[in-house]
Structure formats: C-alpha cells, structure tokens
Design a protein. Structure first.
Length: 213
C-alpha cells in the first residue's frame, strides 16, 4: 500500500470518528431536549400533564372533533374542601392527598382520556368521543367509588374525600375559552349546590347567559 493510500485511509478513519462523535453529541442533546419538554408539560407534584399541556391538547382535540364531527367532552374536577383538609392534616399530607386523587382519577379513566392538573386542587379531563350524558354517568360512578374510600396517610386515618365536577360538551362554534367557560360554569353550579356532585352544563342556558351578561 502506498504512502498516499495510507494517508487517505487514516483521514477517512478520522472523519468517521468525528462523525460518530457528532452523532453521539446530537443524540445526547436530543435526549436532553426531550427531558426539558417533558418537564415543561408535567406537573411536578403529581407527575401528570400540567395546565400548559392541557391548553395545547384541548385545542388539538377540538380541531379533531370539529373535522370528524365527533362528540367531545370536558370535565373540570375540583377536590372538595381542600383548604380545610390542608388545615386539618398539614400541607405535606395534603400534597399526598393530591397525589392520591390524581392517581385515583388516572386509573379510573380510559386510555384515550387526558387528565391534567390545572390548579392547586383542580383537574381537567378531556374526553374524546364522549357526550355530556356519557360523561355525567361516568363521573357519577367515579365519585361514588371515591365516596367509599377511607384514606389513611401517615398518622392521619379515615380521610374522607369527595369532588365536584362540571361537564361541558363541545360545539363546533366554540372557541377554547367558550368550551372551558361552559365547564367552569357547570363546576360552579356543582359547588354552589352543595359540592360532591356532577353537573353537566346546559348549553342553551350558557349561551343565553353570554348574551345577557
């Protein structure tokens, strides 16, 4: 083998080694970006999607429902008397309660449902291919199941939990703000009516209120 051929082979090996090193660096940077993205969309306490993810996914599901003319439900779930619970058992155990509630909701939802934590004690559930009647029946069952649980955490025994739930049904003319407002008004009705209940929004009444107010 000539000296020139040897030099070319050596140069090629160096280039391949440099390319391999660049690929490894790019893969590490890509993986790091995935971690940052996951962190940006994940609630730190409960490790479920957060409010940012909720808004982006809601827009996507609304577009899909509009294209396919499929039903879409939105549920807002609010843990009842969370302040009183924290005052009674302390914020550390209160955080454990929120973790329990988030996992309880997660295991009782369908695979296609999207659970997010959007506030201190408030969760949202995006329900593809689900109308208000189906969602109301479903969350009544989930609420009844939670009513039967006596939770024990640390030294605190028999913590009784309940939630209020407001349900909205997507309409093609809805903006994301309209859709959320409909669910929020239903949640307000559930809480004002004594809590520990599920209320589906009356779309015609919500629309009338928008013109009156």
């Amino acid at each position: 083998m000539s000296m020139a051929s040897t030099n070319r082979e050596t140069e090629n090996q160096i280039r391949l080694a440099e390319l391999e090193q660049r690929n490894q660096t790019l893969e590490a940077e890509t993986q790091q970006l995935r971690v940052y993205k996951d962190y940006a969309y994940t609630d730190v306490l409960t490790e479920i999607p957060n409010r940012r993810f909720y808004h982006e996914r809601l827009v996507q599901e609304m577009a899909r429902a509009r294209r396919g003319q499929n039903p879409l439900g939105l549920a807002l779930v609010d843990l009842d008397f969370s302040k009183e619970i924290n005052d009674q058992i302390g914020h550390r155990t209160g955080d454990q309660v929120l973790n329990f509630v988030s996992q309880f909701l997660r295991v009782n939802l369908r695979q296609e449902d999207v659970l997010c934590r959007i506030g201190g004690d408030e969760f949202s559930v995006i329900l593809p291919d689900t109308d208000a009647e189906q969602a109301e029946i479903f969350f009544d069952r989930v609420k009844t199941k939670l009513d039967r649980i006596d939770l024990s955490l640390d030294s605190q025994a028999n913590i009784n939990l309940s939630f209020s739930c407001g349900i909205a049904t997507f309409a093609s003319e809805h903006t994301p703000e309209d859709f959320i407002e409909q669910a929020d008004q239903a949640l307000y009705t559930a809480k004002a009516g004594g809590r520990n209940q599920v209320v589906a929004a009356n779309y015609s009444q919500v629309t009338a209120n928008q013109f009156v107010n």
